[in-house]
Design a protein around this ligand. Structure first.
Ligand code: HEM
Length: 444
């Protein structure tokens, strides 16, 4: 197996002995084994403090006031803006989060099931038996359209590909290290200038939409945008246009960048672990027949839910997350001064043999309460959506999109993986670098 690739050994009957690797994440795992839950690298403000493992995660989530996200997520500013939730701290964050959260409530998500299934079907309609397709790219576009249409209505969804193209050049900046990003900005390199021009176009379109809603020209289609414009906190204060812009862009980007990576890895895992695809497809057929899943169906697909959870465990898009330490604290008997950046890692936690039997195996059935190995993981042991004050607001939306779209794929196609191992990139939103190319065997 190449050192830089995601790879696997064939498993048996529904997930066996897959060894799936992302080298930078595995380096952290090895560091954790060697040095334990607390490691320090470098000195002073430029240093890093690594807090790894379930107890460390619990400490981070319970002690939000010791940390700040603003500086830690500096690289996201060109995309999401300075006022997005992940870049906000303390009282300002709490206020913005209260205003945004209702838009992503369970009840809202139920109303989006049809859009999710329709967008998956539209992607699948173009597939022909014998053709080769990139599942990741095709569904990335479908998930982006779904996110925009669900949250911001069909007017903005009509421009989903425009947003996709423009946002892509901004997202490419996020893959850079912070120092490289700062250099690009100060030198005004062509990539930086191109991204800023794209950002201006995105902003112009979004501000026009906000202005339309503010002018009262709304219809039933405007859901989340109307909520953001009309939301008031306890003091009667509303979100400003720039705050709304930043929430809209970060919801769109957070909505498809992470979810589409998980979708791609799930398909890869189902095709490369013998028996998994067939068992998941049989379950979908038994529960849904030929139709798209309803809200009730989603609760009756335990094996497919296991596939999704197992994918989120082995390929959590946020391999690591970061916070700036703003207050001195003590952990594991050592004093940590304010200043350095703190890193914690879902990827490392999700692969610890003390928490997971045979941790590198892709075993959807480990999530089934009837399985002898079943053990309900605690919130600090399974944390693909983070935890504490900044826990993902879109987790229900994400798991619903994934289940509905995987169910449509399983119900309408059979696929074969093409030779070659997908390579994982990006600490912030781990995704398959060159997509997930497959051959379509049957499609209907
Ligand atoms: C599988 C898909 C997803 C994964 C794995 C994921 C993961 C995460 C994680 C780990 C965080 C917290 C980061 C930290 O604490 O450092 C987060 C925050 C966030 N996510 Fe997600 N996310 C996903 C999908 C979504 C979707 C679909 C949306 C919305 C449409 C969304 C909206 C957000 C927002 C707004 C925050 C910031 C919350 C805050 O700072 O208060 N995410 N996500």
């Amino acid at each position: 197996m190449s050192k830089n690739s995601i790879g696997e050994r064939a498993g048996s009957g529904g997930g066996g002995t897959d060894a799936v690797t992302y080298p930078p994440g595995d380096t952290l795992l090895a560091m954790h084994r060697r040095f334990g839950p607390l490691m320090r690298l470098g000195v002073g403000r430029r240093g890093f403090v690594y807090l790894m493992g379930p107890e460390a995660n619990a400490f981070v989530f319970a002690n939000a006031s010791l940390f700040q996200t603003r500086e830690a997520f500096e690289v996201l500013v060109p995309v999401s803006g300075e006022r997005s939730l992940l870049l906000s701290d303390g009282d300002v964050h709490r206020r913005r989060r209260r205003l945004v959260a209702p838009a992503l409530h369970h009840r809202q998500i139920d109303g989006y099931l049809e859009i999710m299934a329709n967008q998956a079907d539209a992607a699948l309609d173009g597939w022909r038996p014998g053709s080769r397709v990139d599942v990741y790219q095709d569904f990335r576009a479908a998930i982006r359209r779904t996110t925009i249409e669900s949250l911001f209505g069909s007017r903005l969804a009509a421009d989903a590909d425009f947003f996709g193209n423009r946002l892509q050049s901004l997202l490419r900046l996020v893959d850079d290290l912070p120092t490289m990003l700062a250099l690009r900005r100060s030198l005004g390199t062509p990539r930086w200038r191109g991204a800023m021009a794209d950002r201006a176009m995105v902003d112009e379109r979004i501000h026009a939409e906000i202005a339309r809603v503010r002018s009262g020209a709304v219809d039933g289609d405007d859901n989340v945008l109307v909520n953001l414009v009309t939301a008031r906190d306890e003091d009667g204060d509303a979100l400003s246009d720039i705050e709304i812009r930043d929430q809209m862009v970060s919801l769109i980007v957070a909505g498809y960048e992470t979810t589409s990576g998980v979708f791609g890895w799930a398909v890869h895992a189902m095709l490369s672990n013998p028996g998994v695809w067939e068992r998941a497809a049989a379950e979908v057929r038994d529960v849904c027949g030929d139709r798209a899943p309803t809200r009730e169906d989603l609760r009756r697909l335990p094996y497919l839910t296991g596939v999704m959870n197992e994918t989120l465990r082995l390929w959590p898009p946020a391999v690591i997350s970061a916070r700036k330490i703003v207050q001195d604290f003590e952990y594991a008997g050592r004093r940590i001064p304010a200043g350095p950046m703190m890193i914690f890692s879902p990827y490392v936690t999700h692969r610890l043999p003390e928490l997971w039997t045979d941790p590198l195996s892709f075993r959807p059935q480990r999530w089934d309460p009837q399985d002898p190995d079943y053990r309900k993981p605690g919130p600090h042991e399974f944390l693909p959506f983070g935890g504490g004050a900044h826990r993902c607001l879109g987790s229900t939306m994400a798991t619903t999109v994934l289940t509905v779209m995987l169910a449509r794929l399983l119900s309408r196609t059979t696929l074969r993986a093409l030779p070659g191992k997908p390579k994982a990139v990006s600490f912030a939103a781990m995704r398959p670098k060159d997509g997930i190319p497959v051959e379509v065997l049957t499609s209907r």
